[in-house]
Design a protein around this ligand. Structure first.
Ligand code: IMP
Length: 180
C-alpha cells in the first residue's frame, strides 16, 4: 500500500487486520463479562476510533465514559509527567470497569491511571489495549486484552497521532520523525 505522506514509513497493521482483531476482542470480552454490565472507560484522544469499533463488537450491555490524560508533551517522547485533563463523569464504585487504551508504550500512563481508578473501588478493573510495545514491561502493567504486540517504534493512524496528525488514517503506520 502506498502511504499518503512521506513521513509514513512501514505499514504496521492493516485495516483488515484491525477489523478481524476487534471482532475477536469484542467476542472475547462479551464472553468474559457474560451476565454482567460493563463500564468502558476510554482514554482520549487516541482511543476514540478503537472504542467506537469495539463497542459495536461487544454483545453485552455497556456504559461508556471518557478520560483525557496527558503523558507526552508535543513530541514523541514520554515526559514522565501524567496529568488528568478530563476526569470520568460518574463514579465507578462497585462496577466492572474496562479501560480502553490505544497503545501502551512504557506503561507509565496506564500504571498511573490504574492506581488512580483503584482508589475509586470498582468491583473489577481490567485493561484492553489495541497496541502494546515491548517496553510496557518497564512499569509491569497488567493488560488483560491486547490487540497487537508491535515493535518499539512510533506509530500513527486509527486514532493515534504525531502532534495531532494522522489520527484519521484507517491503517497503522510507523513514522519517520525527520519527515514530519
Ligand atoms: P506510555 O505512558 O509510555 O505507556 O505512553 C502511553 C501514551 O503515549 C499512549 O496512550 C499514547 O497517547 C502515547 N503513545 C505512546 N506510544 C505512541 C505511539 O507510538 N504513537 C502515538 N502515541 C503513542
Amino acid at each position: 500500500m502506498t502511504p499518503r505522506h512521506p513521513a509514513l514509513v512501514d505499514h504496521i497493521v492493516s485495516r483488515e487486520q484491525i477489523a478481524t482483531r476487534v471482532a475477536e476482542l469484542g467476542a472475547e470480552i462479551s464472553e468474559v463479562y457474560a451476565g454482567r454490565e460493563l463500564k468502558l472507560t476510554c482514554v482520549l484522544k487516541g482511543g476514540f476510533i478503537f472504542l467506537a469499533d469495539l463497542v459495536r463488537a461487544i454483545t453485552i450491555p455497556c456504559a461508556i465514559d471518557f478520560m483525557v490524560i496527558s503523558s507526552y508533551g508535543s513530541g514523541t517522547q514520554s515526559s514522565g509527567i501524567v496529568r488528568i485533563l478530563k476526569d470520568l463523569d460518574a463514579p465507578i464504585e462497585g462496577m466492572d470497569v474496562l479501560v480502553i487504551e490505544d497503545i501502551v508504550d512504557s506503561g507509565l500512563t496506564l500504571s498511573y491511571l490504574l492506581r488512580n481508578l483503584e482508589t475509586r473501588h470498582p468491583a473489577t478493573l481490567e485493561v484492553c489495549t489495541l497496541l502494546a510495545k515491548p517496553a510496557r514491561h518497564e512499569h509491569d502493567v497488567p493488560c488483560r486484552f491486547v490487540g497487537f504486540e508491535i515493535p518499539n517504534t512510533f506509530v500513527v493512524g486509527y486514532g493515534l497521532d504525531a502532534n495531532e496528525r494522522f489520527r484519521e488514517l484507517p491503517d497503522i503506520w510507523s513514522v519517520d520523525n525527520s519527515k514530519l
